[in-house]
Design a protein around this ligand. Sequence first.
Ligand code: ZN
Length: 274
Amino acid sequence: MNELHPRLAAVVVALTVGCAGPSPRAFAPPEPAGQGGSIERHIEYLSSASQPSDAGASDAESPDPPGAAPAIAIRPSAAEMTARQWEHVASVDGVACRAELASEGVRFTSLADVAAPNRVGCGVPHGVVVTRGPTGIAYAPPLLVDCSLARELASVERIVQEEADRHLGTPIVRIATLGTFSCRHRRGRWEDTLSEHSFGDAADLASFEPKKGRAIAIARDYELGKTAFGPRASFLRAVYARLRGETKLTFVLGPEFNPEHRDHFHIDSGYRWW
Ligand SMILES: [Zn+2]
């Protein structure tokens, strides 16, 4: 990973000085790992100034509070939301956070800190590229995230490994990811605001590869709509429920949330506006 560090840093720096034109719209996320995604392709994607609006966008996280009725949302203006989202991530102590990651055994490289968002509002204040998490899970492509999300991996992986042991009898050694940092708007009701992916504090997890046996893909193995499950679906459903209930993550969205999340778990440590 060390040889990639300067390239990734250059991408982030480039994004902070203007990753989009004067009228930002939704940017397409990186291609799924299952379609040959690699860190190089990820970098290519991040390097592109803009993508066709909504093309292939697979993530539509909603910043509505968990369990909130979808009625009248009294929320800050889009500009205020963007400023608060940035401040939420930027206020983290990057030095202490990275020291915490190192002490947990996370394998990562650090990107240059970013002091201010780009003109669109995007940026990763304390960027890291995580290749392995605290329990040894490899991420493919690696996670390009803010340190504030990376430090939540300890609780995420603990749940993943406990449920893997319970339902599969073998540990998870690799997680395929669909995307992390991506400067773009949300879709749906909140489309005037930026996705948490725009600040590097969100990640999309697509499949879990056990030490023994084939990968467990959310798209194939979640078995949405069924009432009886095999061990793979039971594993995924248990992980999803516990990520939602037992972590400090702000949002955990999956197949049960909406069709856009049929193939991945979106996790983020984003700003809580409510
Ligand atoms: Zn997402």
